[in-house]
Design a protein around this ligand. Structure first.
Ligand code: NAP
Length: 247
């Protein structure tokens, strides 16, 4: 049986690519393409899709996810900018309505592996910083992937820290010179034309350095993950945050 899908943010860069990928997928039927001008709740009550893929703007991600769950649909969310608090709240709503969903800070298999290996390495290297580079039209900073990577590193750091983190004695003589901090990990965000989406997770220890790097060179890399999430979301009864839980 084919699952019906609505794409919200369908006229943006990611949305346009997702519409094409869903149209080519034999198990999915696109029944609606929504943009800013549509009332999401009203359209979902009218179209009644099984799944809603949201690729809009960080400002709207959490509210859209709630609207999708309350409208009786399953959310597949690629929009960035979710905080841990947003996720906890949406997990509770998913439990309440008895329907699962997926929030994926990154749909690319390579990026998910980069995050997984970074988490693993941080069991052994306690000093780490993240540098992410995106195209100049990306509206939010840091990226959802960088935030999620920092959270994944923080999860294992607490349990497995093998040496105390080196005391960072450097002081910024220029505000922001050492980046921002999330979950105890420094993040540096670059926004430049000529780049799509890149992340380096840089580890350092006395006498050695180790870097895990992912480069998205075309939006094509996100499409298998979007379609995979659409298939999987029909089987889950919980809200999953991160494709590493299902890949
Ligand atoms: N998870 C992943 O793997 C992944 C990968 C890449 C990007 N992303 C994220 O995906 C999102 C979209 O990225 P993009 O590069 O496609 O951005 P984009 O080109 O700016 O597309 C966003 C689209 O959503 C529309 N929009 C904004 N607010 C909306 C709302 N409330 N309801 C419906 N539509 C709305 C925008 O309309 P206007 O242009 O009129 O504002 C635009 O058409 C961003 O959050 C980005 O960070 C995720």
């Amino acid at each position: 049986m084919k699952h019906s899908v609505v794409v919200n943010g369908a006229f943006g860069r990611m949305g346009t690519a997702a519409v094409n990928a869903i149209n080519l997928h034999s198990g999915l039927t696109l029944i609606g393409s929504l943009g800013k001008e549509h009332d999401l709740n009203r359209e979902l009550l009218r179209l009644k899709p099984d799944i809603v893929v949201d690729l809009t703007h960080a400002e709207f991600g959490p509210l859209n996810t709630e609207i999708i769950l309350q409208a009786g649909c399953r959310p597949v969310i690629g929009t960035s900018g979710f905080t841990e608090e947003n996720v906890r709240r949406l997990e509770a709503i998913a439990r309440q309505v008895g329907r699962g969903g997926i929030i994926a800070p990154n749909f690319s298999i390579g990026a998910v592996l980069m995050m997984k290996y970074a988490r693993e390495i941080s069991r052994y290297f306690s000093n780490v910083e993240i540098v992410e580079t995106h195209h100049e039209k990306k509206l939010d900073a840091p990226s959802g992937t960088a935030l999620k990577t920092a959270e994944m590193i923080a999860q294992v750091r607490g349990e497995h820290e093998i040496s105390p983190r080196a005391l960072n004695i450097a002081r910024d003589s220029l505000l922001g010179a050492q980046g921002a901090e999330h979950a105890g990990v420094k993040i540096h965000s670059l926004r430049l034309p000529g780049h799509l989406a890149h992340q380096k997770v840089i580890f350092g220890a006395p006498g050695e350095a180790l870097t895990v790097q992912h480069d998205a060179i075309s939006r094509e890399c996100y499409m298998p993950g979007i379609c995979f999430a659409c298939e999987h979301v029909m089987e889950t009864t919980t809200l999953i945050y991160g494709l590493e839980h299902i890949f």
